[in-house]
Ligand binder design. Structure first.
Ligand SMILES: Cc1ncc(COP(=O)(O)O)c(C=O)c1O
Length: 427
């Protein structure tokens, strides 16, 4: 149950905003409740409309790796704002951002800033189609890459949460340019390329799946994608909108030794403001306008406030020990989940890569979308509601990864442990 103030706000919102929310997963439909409205956030804490405090495991669905309202990020945004909020002309900070990205993710020799992860994947796929002269793209069943028409085919968490595997409003001809493969299935990718390899422009994947819950990739599968794309003249796109600067300084491609042709970033590189980026091999990125024929543009691309917030966030991630700290905190959360589920006799399987974690309500690992669906989502919903009552804001869908920040301190983790204990016991 959400608090009375949130209930009132939700009723008011529902009259003027579809479903009362500006992005579907926020509506709590997957857990059968109503959303808690947030009035402010600091460090690891979200403050609800009624003043109740929650330890936050959403982190704005990924960006808030430093925690909320980090003083340096706030100062950077304030400082940038005094110098104007948008120019529509290039700035030095955008070059610094592209250099930082290239230093952290060496496969991104050149990059283009956009305003969201959705725009990043759209840009990358248009370049891939322009570069190869082919139309077909390949994505995973349950993989989410933003809101473009051709990507809303078996698109993971948000769509599944609505009970609609595909969105209305997507022309069949456009959906028909998307081919689907199961996550982590090397045989499927080999078979697909043996049948249609010469028509495929690109394969796009989440190198650690986050939108069907947290699923690590099988290295054999990653190798198969690299080999098949290379052999058939297609491009390999890593969508690191969620994993970039999250699972390691160099993203999942550093962790799993992947060499994609193109990479998409978002979330963390905006420090909580709207940013995305796509980039990769120089010869491919030189197809982008104005040097090449692939058009892509944006009024607010490289926005000075967003770049300031992103650069400040990235500066903090450069400090020694940061990713070890995230790993330690992730390990602690995993330990607490396993301890309290075990004590209460609730069968769960915890999957985690660094500070991305999912407690799947089933007793065996999850490797793909079908297995992610084979979970006890009714129990998950009750667990989620009990966590809220005990001051923990966990992602409101079994299909979403939880995010831990550097601000999750001992106090936050202790409160989390108490909430896990109570919530598992209540099942
Ligand atoms: C892997 C991945 N790609 C792309 C996107 C789209 O990013 P945005 O919501 O910023 O448009 C998301 C959003 O959650 C994502 O998780």
């Amino acid at each position: 149950m959400s608090d009375p103030i949130s209930q009132e706000l939700f009723a008011r919102a529902s009259k003027v905003i579809p479903g009362g929310v500006n992005s579907p997963v926020r509506a709590f439909r997957a857990v059968g409740g109503e959303p808690v409205f947030i009035k402010e956030a600091r460090g690891p804490v979200l403050v609800g409309a009624d003043g109740a405090e929650y330890v936050d495991y959403i982190g704005s669905w990924g960006p808030m790796v430093l925690g909320h309202a980090h003083p340096d990020v706030v100062a950077a945004i304030q400082d940038a704002a005094t110098r104007g909020s948008s120019y529509g002309a290039p700035t030095e900070a955008e070059i610094t951002m592209a250099e930082r990205i290239r230093d952290a993710v060496p496969t991104m020799e050149m990059s283009r800033l956009v305003s969201s992860g959705t725009e990043a994947t759209m840009g990358a796929l248009r370049v891939a189609r322009g570069y190869t002269g082919r139309d077909l793209i390949v994505k995973c069943i349950g993989g989410y890459h933003g809101g473009a028409d051709y990507l809303l085919v078996k698109g993971g968490s948000g769509l599944a949460t609505l009970g609609e595997p595909d969105s209305a409003g997507v022309p069949a001809a456009i959906a028909g340019t998307t081919l689907l493969i199961p996550y982590n299935d090397a045989y499927a990718i080999e078979k697909l390329f043996s049948e249609r390899g010469s028509e495929i422009a690109a394969v796009i994947i989440e190198p650690v799946a986050g939108n069907m819950g947290c699923i690590p990739p099988d290295p054999v599968w990653l190798d198969a994608i690299r080999t098949q794309t290379q052999n058939h003249g297609a491009l390999f796109i890593c969508d690191e909108v969620m994993t970039g600067f999250r699972v390691a300084w160099g993203g999942a491609q550093a962790l799993y030794d992947i060499r994609p042709d193109l990479t998409c970033l978002g979330k963390i590189i905006g420090g909580g403001l709207p940013v995305g980026a796509y980039g990769g091999r120089r010869d491919i990125m030189e197809k982008v306008a104005p040097v090449g024929p692939v058009y892509q543009a944006g009024t607010l691309s490289g926005n000075p406030l967003a770049v300031a917030a992103g650069l400040t966030t990235i500066e903090h991630l450069l400090r020694p020990g940061v990713y070890e700290d995230l790993e330690r905190k992730g390990d602690q959360v995993q330990g607490l989940l396993e301890q309290h589920a075990g004590a209460a006799g609730v069968p769960i399987t915890v999957q985690r890569v660094g500070s991305m974690v999912t407690a799947f309500f089933r007793d065996k690992p999850v490797r793909n979308w079908d297995e992610s669906c084979d979970t006890d989502r009714e129990a998950f919903g009750r667990w989620h509601a009990a966590l809220l009552e005990n001051g923990v804001y966990w992602p409101c869908s079994q299909f979403e990864a939880a995010f831990i920040s550097l601000a999750h301190d001992a106090e936050a983790l202790e409160k989390t442990g108490r909430a896990f204990k109570a919530a598992f016991a209540a099942l």
